[in-house]
Ligand binder design. Structure first.
Ligand code: HEC
Length: 123
């Protein structure tokens, strides 16, 4: 009898350790760069983000708005579409749009695009 109880206890401990291991496996992304820490360029990019992007994309939390969250977008390997998360890919998305997302090539100067990308890198 005590032996059976011991076996059950061992099983519980092993199962608990397995759950903890699986839960700890996911990539844990820290918070975005604090607003107070942004460089002048990143701050200009943030203002552009509020103007052109924030109505459809969360920047500091996960989950969809009208489009997917952009939180930590450059800290992940892939964008929501599965394309690599880099400026070469993101620039045409911003300028020309993507599926239902409109493009902003007529609204943004080269400097503004650079500022916006700098901010996106802080997310
Ligand atoms: C009117 C809503 C809307 C606005 C405004 C908007 N987007 Fe999007 N965006 C979307 C939607 C919807 C998608 C998903 C499109 C798809 O891939 O099917 C998307 C996708 C994206 C993606 C992911 C592309 C990929 O390959 O997965 C990026 C990056 C992005 N948007 C950046 C921006 C930025 C930066 C701005 C501001 C300049 C912006 N968006 C403004 C709706 C919007």
């Amino acid at each position: 009898m005590p032996e059976a109880r011991l076996r059950l206890k061992t099983l519980t401990v092993v199962a608990g350790a397995a759950v903890a291991l699986i839960a700890g496996c996911g990539p844990s992304l820290g918070p975005s760069k604090a607003v107070s820490q942004l460089t002048p360029q990143e701050s200009r990019g943030r203002a552009l983000y509020q103007q052109y992007c924030a109505s459809c994309h969360y920047a500091n939390q996960t989950g969809d708005l009208h489009g997917p969250s952009l939180f930590a977008m450059y800290r992940k390997k892939y964008l929501p579409s599965g394309a690599p998360a880099n400026d070469e890919r993101v620039t045409p998305v911003i300028l020309r749009g993507h599926n239902t997302m409109p493009g902003y090539g007529n609204d943004l100067s080269d400097q503004q695009l650079t500022d916006l990308l700098a901010y996106l890198h802080t997310l």
